[in-house]
Design a protein around this ligand. Sequence first.
Ligand SMILES: *[C@@H]1O[C@H](CO)[C@@H](O)[C@H](O)[C@H]1NC(C)=O
Ligand SMILES: *[C@@H]1O[C@H](CO)[C@@H](O)[C@H](O)[C@H]1NC(C)=O
Ligand SMILES: *[C@@H]1O[C@H](CO)[C@@H](O)[C@H](O)[C@H]1NC(C)=O
Ligand SMILES: *[C@@H]1O[C@H](CO)[C@@H](O)[C@H](O)[C@H]1NC(C)=O
Ligand SMILES: *[C@@H]1O[C@H](CO)[C@@H](O)[C@H](O)[C@H]1NC(C)=O
Length: 441
Amino acid sequence: DQFSHTPLKISNDDTGDVACDSYHKIEEDVEMLKSLKVSHYRFSISWSRILPDGTTSYINEMGLNYYERLIDALLAANIMPQVTLYHWDLPQALQNVGGWENDTIIQRFKEYAEVLFQRLGDKVKFWITLNEPYNTAYCGYGVGTAAPGISVRPGRAPYVVGHNLIRAHAEVWHLYNETYRAKQGGLISITINSDWAEPRNPHNQEDIDAARQYLQFFLGWFAHPIFKNGDYNEVMKTRIRERSLAQGLNQSRLPEFTESEKQRIKGTYDYFGLNHYTTCKLIGNKGKTGILITDRSWLNSGSFWLKVTPFGFRKILRWIKEEYNNPPIYVTENGISERGALDLNDTWRMHYYRSYVNEALKAVVLDGVDLRGYTAWTLMDNFEWAVGFDERFGFYHVNLTDPNLPRCPKASARYYSQIINCNGFPDPPLEMLFCHLHFLN
Ligand SMILES: *[C@@H]1O[C@H](CO)[C@@H](O)[C@H](O)[C@H]1NC(C)=O
Ligand SMILES: *[C@@H]1O[C@H](CO)[C@@H](O)[C@H](O)[C@H]1NC(C)=O
Ligand SMILES: *[C@@H]1O[C@H](CO)[C@@H](O)[C@H](O)[C@H]1NC(C)=O
Ligand SMILES: *[C@@H]1O[C@H](CO)[C@@H](O)[C@H](O)[C@H]1NC(C)=O
Ligand SMILES: *[C@@H]1O[C@H](CO)[C@@H](O)[C@H](O)[C@H]1NC(C)=O
């Protein structure tokens, strides 16, 4: 709320005050989910709406009541809720004492999680502690493009924030494991986002090393401690230490875990939650940080960072299998944006889902990846952080100039429900017929 009301932070000075107004449209939104035929729906809970001052001294029952009604409506429709505890919405009172830079937040996060386990845990069987901690740390406290918009160089804050995010995740996982799992029987883990990194020349060792380094700094930052050994990967530890000393600091900007913290963090997962959209290419740079490029033959989207690169999806799934000892994987986000004039015949989105889902199928069938679930991003055009409403990821268009905020299906909505309905790909002629029928209706 505070960040989006700060001038120049968000495109067009858009805010999330009303956004899609799902707050008032539970029935309508659940109807959309039913017509898509999805088996589960992923949404997040706003910490600020539950604990407005960040502590349990006051619990906002109106906030909890909304989520209870949403969950009940989903369950009545036989749709399993997948609930994220933290999708970047922090009570301002906690930001005022340093937010994720202040390690007292670990205890606050645990208290917040406990309220939700107590109040919603009988109905919610799939929890995600943190969404994309990389973006909280790097975009929020590094480049400053996301809330709280902090940017101080040279960057120590992102690593302090990452450190607290990992410890907070681990504490909440243990809380659930020890106190709630036996009677509630759900799953709890974390969602990590990462692009795939491809060496520009797959036969050049420098390019290969640069791509690996990129992956370790992106996916590996959070995955290595949680899914491997409780500690940061060697690539990050070595590189950040070298850079810190070269900058005249007397120690690495990357904090260290104590031995007992490492034991506490290692293995705090029930599955690997992955958000994945795109791939980039890396050129080795004589041992320095690799040079990031893109391939001009890759198709564009409505977001500058998102190129249509389905092959990278299979590769990152396989990397996770091999690097982290074959964890069960749930893809919690995958999708494509558009911007500019509206075209409900979004064939490019159908192409994206067709080719990405096909690569996921290859990962399962040919590479033996233990992929258990897939969630597209996203149901309807939404408030997309710093770009406001400019970039639209939805299967449903939301008309923001109409005060009723009507939702209207794009062609991809029918295509996606067809994939779900067939549990696979429809025959090409059928698929075309299906599109035509939709538009004739
Ligand atoms: C960290 O938060 C606590 C309250 O939880 C506060 O007393 C303390 O001053 C904060 N530290 C900093 C550096 O802001
Ligand atoms: C999870 O909880 C169970 C039951 O209390 C316990 O046996 C197990 O060691 C815990 N797992 C971890 C990694 O702490
Ligand atoms: C590094 O320098 C800071 C002051 O800049 C000091 O507080 C800290 O103790 C030093 N750390 C080590 C490991 O020498
Ligand atoms: C949607 O676009 C595709 C590709 O441009 C075209 O073949 C198809 O006829 C269009 N469908 C409708 C209903 O306009
Ligand atoms: C959005 O709603 C406005 C106001 O009702 C209407 O004029 C406009 O045509 C609608 N746009 C679309 C794309 O449906």
